[in-house]
Design a protein. Structure first.
Lengths: 143, 433
């Protein structure tokens, strides 16, 4: 019930992001989602792709340092209050969120949120029990 | 009209100086051979005995002493006087494993103070002056040295020590300081601060004695212009005594070495061969009047030139140029000695790659140190918090090792240039030499 996110170390200087996206483009890799956490000196690029293994091989060959993290991809109705409901559930169950970001899908009326939490198993349990839909890696191609 | 603290010594003939040097060298060598097993062993290894030293011309027969010797003999191994006669200890701006501890008898302190007094008088100091000492006091020799020299001259001495700029400026204005003694970077900072407060008309400074770090002619002119003073250079090292080993006179074309106390040589740092006047090489000192901690042929690692050219100030003692570099890879950052090997040890210990670069710069006349380290898969994480925590851990470890703050910059793998052969580890943008 998780998806694989690639986190990539990139220096915070002009041109580095362009170099990175070019590697993906040259290898015909399509990003499903992208988020950047930045510091004055470096950034951590977090991306979701269909084939995490292939993308990680390509990036390693290009000399990048990266890690693969299992994160939650949560499908929520595209309406006010649905994100709040999930946050509340996690909060009530004392599940700490490291970070979260949103991305769009081609499906109407559905938004997707990525959650990086400290305890995946507990979060999956809480969310599924409350009828919230989590995506697996192989469902990514359809969204 | 040039004034001297000890004219009969400072303006003595070259022959007289040679005579003093020979007598004192012979006595010192005999004394350390008899009292210091470490020296005796070194001399035996080189096959020299005190009988071989008949004048200063024989100095080259003696073995060199290096910082490694000082470390091996730490703490008491080179002390040549009974400990009961020693009254003071000073230490270098120490870094782990490289700390140097120097010992002084009362006689040694008196002579050291005399050397500093010569420097103060050469900068125009008299008993009418208010000498404002903003060098650090404590183990560092800067404060105690100039403080003692100022007492000898009979000036009113302000033992300010470093820091607390607000108070420095207030005392300077209220008490009418006329001679400022501190590091050139602190002088530049004080000058800046005085201007920001619009107090340049309130200060009465006429001269400054600045040392303990490298500074350029541009920096000198800048400080002189901002403070309305004449700025004099002073040189020294804890191993030999402290500030006042040599000092600048009105001519400002080099620093007169107090040759009645210290014999200077310039050597080829690779072969050890003694080089003639005017040739660039490593400066080597032999202290010939010290009781507690006499050093024989101590290699300073500073690259200099000596000149016996007649000086318009009337002093006859040999002049050394400002140090033009180092014969080892030591950096002096904020007055603290830093070796790249120390940084490397911390990195390896914390699991980083040994591929790193050290960037040194001077921003607003203050030194900055940045260590660039390549990111590795082991250290990387998807959260900024975790990466920042590891970075912080490294900053703390570097601070513990070096004694000063070093900014850590994590860079992409393989982004630090690998060169053929010797790696370029240090990028010093201060352009001091």
């Amino acid at each position: 019930m998780t998806v694989k996110q690639l986190s990539v170390f990139v220096e915070n200087t002009p041109g580095k992001l362009a170099e990175f996206t070019d590697v993906l483009f040259q290898n015909n890799i399509d990003m499903r989602a992208l988020s950047i956490a930045e510091t004055p000196d470096f950034g951590i690029l977090r991306i979701i792709v269909d084939d995490a293994y292939q993308a990680s091989c390509v990036l390693k060959d290009a000399g990048y340092v990266l890690s693969i993290t299992k994160v939650l991809a949560v499908a929520i109705p595209d309406e006010p209050g649905s994100f709040s409901k999930i946050i509340k559930l996690l909060s009530e169950n004392e599940i700490n969120i490291e970070y979260t970001y949103a991305f769009t899908t081609r499906k109407k009326n559905q938004a997707l949120m990525i959650f990086r939490v400290q305890n995946n198993d507990k979060a999956i349990d809480v969310l599924t029990k409350n009828g919230i839909n989590l995506l697996c890696q192989d469902q990514l191609a359809d969204i | 009209m040039e004034r001297y603290y000890q004219p009969e010594i400072e303006c003595a003939s070259q022959d007289q100086i040679k005579t003093w040097q020979s007598e004192r060298l012979i006595a010192t060598v005999k004394r350390v051979y008899e009292n210091v097993p470490y020296y005796r062993k070194k001399m035996e290894e080189k096959g020299v005995t005190p009988d071989d030293i008949k004048s200063v011309e024989d100095l080259h027969k003696l073995p060199f002493l290096t910082k490694d010797d000082l470390r091996d003999a730490y703490p008491y191994g080179l002390v040549a006087a009974p400990l009961k006669d020693c009254v003071r200890i000073q230490s270098t701006s120490g870094t782990t494993g490289r700390r140097v501890v120097a010992f002084y008898t009362q006689h040694d302190i008196d002579l050291w103070d005399d050397c500093c007094a010569r420097a103060i008088v050469a900068a125009g100091g008299t008993e009418e002056d208010v000498v404002h000492v903003s060098y650090g006091y404590g183990l560092f020799t800067g404060g105690p040295g100039l403080n003692g020299g100022s007492h000898k001259v009979g000036s009113l001495t302000l033992p300010m020590s470093s820091g607390n700029t607000e108070r420095q400026i207030q005392f300077m204005c209220d008490l009418g300081s006329t001679i400022l003694c501190c590091t050139p970077s602190y002088a530049a900072y004080l000058a800046e601060s005085i201007h920001e407060r619009g107090l340049q008309d309130q200060i009465k400074l006429k001269a400054g004695i600045f040392g303990a770090e490298a500074w350029t002619q541009e920096m000198r002119r800048d400080i002189e212009q901002k403070l309305g003073i004449k700025a004099y250079d002073i040189y020294g090292l804890t191993e030999i005594s402290g500030p006042g080993v040599s000092f600048e006179c009105s001519e400002q074309t080099g620093m007169h070495i107090n040759e009645d106390h210290f014999i200077a040589e310039i050597i080829n740092p690779i072969t050890g061969e003694v080089l003639p006047d005017g040739e660039k090489g490593e400066l080597v000192f032999t202290s010939i009047t010290k009781e507690a901690f006499p050093l024989i042929r101590y290699r300073t690692r500073d690259i200099c030139v000596l000149s016996h050219k007649k000086c318009s100030c009337g002093r006859t003692h040999v002049k050394m140029s400002k140090p033009m570099g180092r014969s080892d890879d030591m950096l002096i950052i904020k007055g603290v000695n830093v070796f790249p090997s120390q940084i490397e040890a911390v990195l390896l210990n914390k699991g980083y790659a040994a591929n790193y670069q050290i960037y040194v710069d001077r921003v607003n006349n203050s030194d900055t140190l940045e260590v660039r380290v390549e990111m590795t898969p082991e250290l990387f994480s998807d959260t900024v918090t975790e990466v920042a925590a590891k970075e912080k851990e490294l900053v703390d470890a570097l601070k513990a090792m070096l004694g000063i703050y070093a900014k850590v910059k994590l860079v992409a793998p393989k982004s630090i240039t690998r060169s053929e052969g010797k790696a370029v580890r240090i990028i010093d943008n201060r352009k001091l030499y």
